[in-house]
Design a protein around this ligand. Structure first.
Ligand code: SAM
Length: 215
């Protein structure tokens, strides 16, 4: 028997994810599996599977399910990759990435969010996730290079340390723009050069840090 959240999760995948063109079965299965309600406050439970971001602590957001699915699909994960995620937030996308890759290194600058995400990720039993409370614009040099890098906050440029820590043939995804208008950028490293594709308009909180934007 499906519980109510499970039913809502199936509806969410059908009406928000599949109909918008997400077709990677592994991404769909992960979106069907991960309990989004565990990453939000109880007062938002009725909206847990709605088609929009939701507030988490400190003025930050858990991303819209479709955007999580799109960014994850664009990472083209096969199961073995070492992934760097900048902006753990609630930890929801971290769990999705943990289902689909070898190791996930996720960095969050705000201590309360880092601590909460740490508890949830431990409760869910992931052993391939490593969380850091740092400025993610500097990347994680000691664990680099990464096969994939995903940034879940918007900057005016790709932070240079992240480009440097991306493996040859690796892929980096980041929203680029100002606070009002941003595009989702996919950057592939080919023969040491970064080649960019634009996947259209998105809205994210700012990437605040040394190689990002100022508060
Ligand atoms: N994908 C996340 C989820 O599913 O909950 C949502 C992430 S939220 C849109 C963006 C996060 O990036 C926020 O938690 C914010 O604190 C964090 N952030 C912003 N600048 C950062 C930085 N320089 N380093 C690490 N995290 C940062």
């Amino acid at each position: 028997m499906m519980d109510n959240f499970e039913k809502l999760r199936h509806q969410m995948v059908e009406t928000q994810i599949v109909t918008r063109g997400i077709s990677d079965k592994k991404v769909i299965d992960a979106m069907l599996k991960i309990p989004r309600e565990k990453f939000i406050e109880k007062k938002f439970y009725p909206q847990a599977y709605n088609d929009h971001p939701l507030p988490i602590d400190e003025g930050q957001t858990i991303s819209q399910p479709y955007i999580v699915a799109l960014m994850t699909e664009l990472l083209q994960l096969t199961g073995d990759e070492k992934v760097l995620e900048i902006g753990t937030g609630s930890g929801y996308q971290t769990a999705i990435l943990a289902e689909l890759s070898g190791e996930v290194y996720s960095v969050e600058r705000i201590p309360t969010l880092f601590n909460k995400a740490k508890n949830i990720i431990a409760d869910l039993g992931y052993k391939n996730v490593f969380l850091f409370n740092l400025d993610g614009t500097e990347g994680l040099k000691e664990h680099s290079p990464f096969d994939r890098i995903t940034v879940t906050a918007a900057s005016d440029k790709i932070p240079q340390p992240l480009a440097d820590q991306l493996k040859e043939t690796g892929r980096l995804i980041i929203p680029i723009g100002d606070r009002f208008s941003q595009d989702l950028i996919v950057a592939d490293k080919i023969k040491g050069e970064i080649k960019i594709k634009n996947y259209g308009g998105v809205t994210f909180v700012p990437l605040i840090g040394k190689f990002g934007v100022t508060e």
